[in-house]
Design a protein around this ligand. Structure first.
Ligand SMILES: NC(=O)CC[C@H](N)C(=O)O
Length: 315
C-alpha cells in the first residue's frame, strides 16, 4: 500500500478519538457574540475533514454542522481580486504586513501614508478587496464570488446564510465605519453600502468541513484541482495567498500557530479553520468556541496535535 493511503488509514483510526480528546478544550473559550446570529452555535461542536488528491476523505466529529465562512472567505476574494486586476493594482490598495492587532482593529489605519490597510485578511483590507471584485453591480459581484467558491468547493449548492448575512449587516457598525474612513482617504471607491453588502455576503456563505477541505486541497496543489485536473487559480496567486495565511491567517495568533502546527491556515469567527499540507492534503475544521485571539480553541488544539503526530509542519 502506498504512503498516502497509509496516512489516510492512520487518520481514519486516530481522528475519532483525537476529536473527542480535543473537544473539552471548548470549555476554555467562547462562541462569538458580536454577530448575534453566530452566538446560537452549540459551543462544544468539533469536526474535521481531511481530503487527499485521490478524493479520499477521512473525517470525524461534527462534520454535518453548517457554518459560515466568515474571514476564511477573505483568502478567496483576495485571489479573485488578483485574478481580476493583477498584483500591482491590488497592492496599491492593501499592504502585505501583519498588524499584531485584532482583525477588526482600526488602530493602524491612520499610521501610514497612503492610508491603505496593512493586509487583505484584516477586515479593513478585506473590505477594500470586496470593492475590487469585478462586476456591474453588488449583486453581480456577489454572484461571481459565489460561483468561484462553488467551483473551488466542487459544490453547486453553496449559498449565503441569509440569517447570518442580515445579522452582520444590521450590527456591522465597526466595519461600516472603517469603510467610510477608507472612502474619505480615497482608498475605497464606489458605493460604500454596496461594497459592504458584497463583503457581508461572502462572509455569510455557508459550508461544512468537507467543503473547506476541498477548497484547501486546491491551495495545497498550487491552484490545480487534483480531482478534476483543472487549474483553477494561477500558481503565483496561490503563492501570495499562502504567504498571507502563514503571516496573518490566524490573526495575531499566526506566529503561535506557525510554531505549533506550521501549516498555512485561515480561521473565521464562526469557528472554521481551513488549512492544508502542501502537495498532500486539504483540511477543514470547525469548533465554534474561540480562544482569546479569535481562533477555534479545540480546532487549534486538534490541528497542533495532528501536525506533530504526522509531521505536517512546513518548517
Ligand atoms: N474574523 C472574522 O471572521 C470576521 C468576519 C466578520 N464577518 C466580520 O466582519 O467581523
Amino acid at each position: 500500500m502506498n504512503k498516502v493511503n497509509q496516512e489516510m488509514d492512520r487518520l481514519d483510526s486516530l481522528l475519532p478519538e483525537w476529536v473527542e480528546n480535543s473537544r473539552p478544550e471548548s470549555a476554555h473559550g467562547r462562541v462569538a457574540v458580536y454577530i448575534p446570529e453566530l452566538s446560537k452555535a452549540q459551543w462544544d461542536l468539533l469536526g474535521i475533514s481531511v481530503l487527499n488528491a485521490d478524493g479520499r476523505y477521512s473525517e470525524a466529529g461534527d462534520t454535518e454542522f453548517c457554518f459560515t465562512l466568515q474571514s476564511i472567505s477573505k483568502v478567496f476574494t483576495l485571489i479573485l481580486a488578483l485574478m481580476d486586476h493583477g498584483e500591482e493594482a491590488v497592492f496599491a490598495k492593501v499592504g502585505k504586513e501583519p498588524t499584531g492587532d485584532n482583525f477588526n482593529s482600526m488602530m493602524k489605519l491612520e499610521l501610514i501614508q497612503p492610508a491603505i490597510p496593512f493586509n487583505p485578511l484584516i477586515n479593513a483590507g478585506a473590505i477594500v478587496i470586496s470593492s475590487l471584485i469585478q462586476g456591474d453591480s453588488a449583486q453581480q459581484k456577489s454572484e461571481r464570488i459565489l460561483q468561484f467558491f462553488r467551483k473551488l468547493a466542487g459544490n453547486e449548492h453553496l449559498t449565503v446564510d441569509s440569517e447570518v448575512y442580515r445579522s452582520e449587516r444590521e450590527t456591522g457598525h465597526l466595519n461600516r465605519s472603517m469603510a467610510y474612513f477608507l472612502l474619505d482617504k480615497g482608498i475605497l471607491e464606489g458605493n460604500v453600502e454596496e461594497v459592504l453588502d458584497v463583503y457581508f455576503r461572502h462572509c455569510s456563505i455557508q459550508v461544512k468541513t468537507a467543503d473547506l477541505a476541498r477548497m484547501a486541497l486546491v491551495l495545497a496543489y498550487n491552484g490545480l484541482n487534483p480531482l478534476t485536473g483543472e487549474q483553477l487559480i494561477p500558481r503565483r496567486y496561490v503563492q501570495i495567498a499562502k504567504t498571507f495565511m502563514i503571516t496573518c491567517g490566524m490573526y495575531n495568533g499566526s506566529g503561535e500557530f506557525a510554531i505549533g502546527a506550521g501549516m498555512p491556515a485561515k480561521s473565521g469567527v464562526s469557528g472554521g479553520i481551513l488549512t492544508f499540507v502542501p502537495g498532500r492534503l486539504g483540511i477543514g475544521v470547525v469548533g465554534p468556541s474561540l480562544n482569546a485571539k479569535g481562533n477555534s480553541i479545540a480546532g487549534v488544539h486538534l490541528l497542533e496535535r495532528l501536525s506533530r503526530e504526522f509531521d505536517w509542519s512546513m518548517f
